[in-house]
Design a protein around this ligand. Structure first.
Ligand code: HEM
Length: 421
């Protein structure tokens, strides 16, 4: 039976981390039921592993249909971001230090996003495309003699790391430690990330590493300007004022996290999907240059690496007959929207020729639509272009998934291919 045909609500608790540890196909049995029977539903606050005080933790509304995710994303005056964008609660000082303009509304959001947006336009990304392609080729060539290993370390992680580090201007020697800390910010819901330690302690330490590093890099760029985003940030003025060190550090954290994890996990999920759908892979390989731009959209829809963001109502609003007062938490479930059978024919079919494919993997539109969408698409075209040309026999095996209600992540995934010199 197709996952969307289940007649009764499967037992599930959307707010529990156990639920988010299950494979996406299994989770979608519940979402499919919600999409059909309860397009808006109210839930208890999500599970808290950080040990936050109970007061202030609120119930939330789950938004699961495609049209609603788009509608809410495009109505920022009714559904604002400045009162938080994360599904799981976190200490306010943590949010302030890490989310930057993601958790702001106009006019401040418009101004701060504007400071870096010129580096991410399709035209500007086209200018750096050749460099991205060269890096992608080098990464695949360096992996070729190994004959396999962990796909995440060998391939998926590397292109986003080098791309965003180059853009921000992170020195080579610091890149691995910056990415490791950026990873921790979005993986602390997984027991592997915190081990024996308290999750809040691991989170605080990672944030401190990034903030301290960003502050040092900013000071360096003030004295030695370069051609990178950090230089642009230390020289920028908003309403006649320079950004504070804390604001620059939050910018840095946002770009480091957003620029790394999402593209990496899309690469891993897509590689796995190509391995388990050999006919689709053959189809793509037959006309790689012609079919990749369309296929990349299916990679992002399929992976949906960002699972959730939230908004808060600013005024009374009605959704599917429910009257929401101001101040209510509304959570957008992107993966569910990307499996909405009213929009995507046979949504659980991985189809590299799906066109049109107006997925909400990069968000539902509106002012917070992913700033890095062009950059991500370019990286995905480059890495898969090289992978499918140079290692056509690469097989990705069962992935180990991250337990997270925020990032649909692959922690490790064995892969194998014939070793080449
Ligand atoms: C496949 C890769 C990626 C996916 C699926 C993805 C997804 C998303 C999503 C869902 C949002 C929120 C949209 C909304 O609230 O309406 C977002 C925002 C954002 N993304 Fe991406 N992203 C990806 C790659 C990147 C890259 C490479 C960068 C580069 C730095 C980036 C930077 C950002 C930034 C800065 C924001 C905040 C925008 C704002 O609040 O105005 N993303 N992304």
């Amino acid at each position: 039976m197709a996952v969307s045909e289940t007649a009764h609500p499967p037992a599930a608790d959307l707010g529990s981390l156990e639920f988010w540890g299950r494979p996406a196909e299994e989770r979608d049995r519940y979402f499919a039921w919600l999409r059909r029977e309860a397009p808006i539903s109210r839930h208890q606050p999500p599970e808290d592993i950080l040990g936050l005080p109970d007061q202030g933790r609120m119930n939330y509304w789950a938004i699961v249909r495609y049209d609603d995710v788009r509608g809410i994303s495009r109505a920022p005056q009714t559904f604002c971001s400045a009162q938080g964008t994360q599904f799981a609660d976190a200490p306010p000082e943590f949010l302030e230090a890490s989310l930057s303009f993601l958790a702001m509304d106009a006019p401040r959001h418009t101004k701060l996003r504007g400071l870096v947006s010129s580096a991410f336009t399709p035209r500007q990304v086209a200018r750096i495309e050749e460099g991205i392609r060269v890096n992608a080729r080098r990464i695949v060539e360096e992996a070729a003699p190994s004959g396999g290993g962990d796909f995440v370390e060998l391939i998926a992680k590397r292109l986003p790391l080098v791309t965003i580090s180059d853009m921000i201007g992170v020195p080579h020697a610091d890149r691995d430690r910056v990415v490791a800390a950026a990873d921790l910010l979005v993986t602390t819901s997984d027991p592997e990330a915190f081990g024996e330690r308290a999750p809040i302690e691991v989170l605080g330490e990672a944030l401190w590493t990034l903030t301290e590093f960003a502050t040092e890099l900013a000071a360096h760029r003030e004295r030695n300007p370069g051609e990178d985003l950090m230089t642009a940030l230390v020289q920028a003025e908003v309403d006649g004022d320079r950004l504070t060190h804390a604001e620059i550090a939050a910018f840095f954290v946002l770009l480091s996290v957003a620029g790394n994890d999402t593209t990496r996990h899309t690469t891993s999920h897509a590689m796995r999907a190509l391995s388990t759908n050999p006919a689709q892979r053959r189809l793509l390989a037959e006309d790689l240059d012609g079919r990749l731009p369309v296929a990349v959209e299916e990679f992002v829809r399929w992976a949906t690496p960002v699972l959730t963001f939230r908004r808060t109502t600013t005024r009374e609003v009605e959704i599917h007959g429910e009257q929401l007062p101001p101040g209510e938490k509304v959570v957008l479930f992107y993966h569910s929207a990307n499996r909405d059978e009213q929009v995507f024919a046979d949504p659980w079919r991985f189809d590299v020729t799906r066109d049109p494919n107006r997925h909400v993997g990069f968000g539902g539109g509106g002012p917070h639509y992913c700033l890095g969408a062009s950059l991500a698409r370019t990286q995905l075209r480059s890495i898969f272009g090289e992978l499918l040309r140079l290692l056509p026999d690469l097989e990705a095996h069962e992935p180990e998934l991250l337990r997270s209600a925020f990032i649909h992540g692959v922690k490790r995934m064995d892969c194998s291919f014939r070793a080449r010199a």
